[in-house]
Design a binder for this molecule. Structure first.
Ligand SMILES: O=C(O)CCC(=O)C(=O)O
Ligand SMILES: [Fe+2]
Length: 257
């Protein structure tokens, strides 16, 4: 099961449930104005690309055909900086990542839109992007998928297999072990990089939009090169804590400036 919390719940209770089940739902995670502003900022960028377009890799087998995936999100919305540094996410990183690194980094920020006819995504573990990591693998990645629209059973709510972050690699989930992260707009799914999950099928005319951020041990290489996807000017003017999370440093970039 996925335990559901209000954002005001004690962080240690949320982290304990996340540790136990590999995922939790947090309601009212985004402020009403925050979700409106993020949606407004991203909309023209989503509208500008075709379905099936992913600017972070073109593996249709993994992402699907009726989906849009956008990166470089700080350049598209300055509010993305507040999103990725909000206290509950930082508490999650402190809890799961800080014991294994001096700091943590954003691996990637991704806007995940699922359109009509999107097929269910294969179950996977996001931390498998770092395949070479020795097993049993500790928590190296923890993520949030925040609902910019309602997530329903019909429109593609993320499917999660609670407890599977502790399963042997080859164990497959039975149907009754799968839970859909059904949640209203403004809620968020927090989950372990080791938990089996995948996007659901969208059998509606609605577009389901999730705002994803994955946080990684600072000594592993992020999926996204934030300097390239966002551009130097965006990172140069970001708040210091956002710069640190996106691994911006003063030196190096001037050679291409
Ligand atoms: O769209 C979703 O709900 C999840 C997508 C996902 O897990 C992924 O692309 O890694
Ligand atoms: Fe995933």
């Amino acid at each position: 099961m996925l335990t559901e919390f209000q954002r005001e719940a004690p962080a240690r209770e949320i982290m304990a449930a996340l540790e136990e089940d590999g995922g939790v739902i947090v309601h009212d995670f985004l402020e009403p104005t925050q979700v409106d502003e993020l949606e407004r900022d991203f909309k023209p960028h989503l509208d500008a690309v075709d379905w099936g377009h992913s600017d972070g890799g073109d593996s249709e087998a993994f992402f699907g055909r009726q989906t849009k995936r956008l990166h470089g999100l700080l350049a598209r919305s300055p509010r993305f900086g507040d999103f990725v540094t909000q206290p509950l996410l930082m508490a999650m990183c402190e809890h799961f990542l800080k014991p294994r690194c001096r700091d943590f980094r954003l691996s990637t920020g991704e806007l995940m839109a699922l359109g009509k006819g999107q097929e269910p995504q294969m179950f996977h573990r996001d931390a498998d992007s770092w395949m070479y990591f020795p097993e049993p693998r500790p928590e190296i990645l923890v993520s949030v998928n925040a609902a910019l629209t309602d997530f329903t059973e019909e429109n593609g709510a993320t499917r999660v297999v609670p407890g599977s972050h502790r399963w042997p690699r080859d164990r497959k989930p039975a149907q009754e072990e799968v839970v859909s992260a059904v949640m209203p707009r403004r809620s968020a799914l927090l989950y372990s990089g080791n938990v089996l999950h995948g996007g659901g099928a969208n059998r509606t005319d609605e577009i389901r939009i999730g705002l994803y951020a994955g946080f990684l041990l600072s000594w592993l290489r992020p999926i996204e090169n934030h300097l390239v996807t966002n551009g130097i000017e965006t990172l140069k003017t970001a708040a210091p804590r956002v710069q640190r999370l996106l691994d911006y440093s003063e030196t190096g970039w001037e050679v291409i400036a």
